[in-house]
Design a protein around this ligand. Structure first.
Ligand code: IMP
Length: 206
């Protein structure tokens, strides 16, 4: 079974493939396709809006089943910021270290450091009918960045029930507790029938 993942990020495809390994689903990302996919602006005001937009446009363009995600960090004391702007919180171009510096600055002297990572997954049929599931990883923001694994805000994010940051905990712990893992677990449970009967090749069926 093949599923198109609406990303050009090989790391993200690999993460999905690892998390979906037990389901026997093969993941293909956009860089592996010969079909031209139009550039997609992630300009929706919610994670769900962006995930649905990416999944539907890619599914219609490829005429295959497509999975897209949108994710980010919400900090309670910042009214949910950086939220959908997580990737470019400190401006263009996307820079993880600058984003982390800006976040530390925004929370300077603040004791309320509750935060959560959120991931919305959208699955679209070849004709563009989409469904979504959501996964959350609760935690709080550390005073100083720590650790070398992961990406984005991982060096500043301490998951609930842990004392280390996500970047210190590393990939195998992250893959068991992350917002993406939670969303995928739900996706597999809810979309089991469609995911396990996906047509292997063109032409797509629904
Ligand atoms: P996207 O959904 O891949 O576009 O992610 C948007 C942004 O959210 C990333 O650039 C990161 O800044 C942040 N983000 C999403 N997931 C994670 C994660 O697992 N760890 C750290 N940062 C994340």
């Amino acid at each position: 079974m093949e599923l198109i993942i609406a990303t050009r990020n090989a790391g993200k495809r690999a993460e999905f493939e690892t998390l979906l390994a037990d389901s026997g689903i093969r993941c293909t990302d956009l860089s592996m396709l010969s079909t031209g996919i139009p550039a997609i602006d992630e300009d929706a005001t919610s994670f769900a809006g962006n995930a649905i937009k990416k999944a539907v446009i890619t599914a219609i363009a490829t005429r295959r089943w497509c999975l897209a995600d949108d994710s980010g960090l919400e900090v309670e004391a910042l009214d949910g910021a950086p939220g959908v702007h997580s990737a470019r919180y400190a401006g263009e171009p996307c820079d993880d270290q600058a984003n982390n510096r800006k976040l530390r600055q925004a929370l300077k002297g603040c004791n309320q450091r509750t935060a959560r990572f959120l991931c919305v997954l959208a699955l679209s049929s070849p004709s563009g009918k989409a469904q979504i599931v959501e996964g959350v990883c609760d935690g709080h923001i550390a005073a100083e960045p720590r650790g070398k694994h992961g990406f984005g805000y991982d060096p500043l994010f301490i998951p609930e029930n842990y004392t280390q940051t996500m970047a210190e905990l590393g990939d195998s712990v992250k893959n068991s507790i992350s917002h993406r893992a939670a969303a995928l677990r739900l996706a597999i449970e809810r979309w089991k029938v469609v995911l396990t009967t996906l047509p292997p090749n063109w032409p797509a069926r629904e």
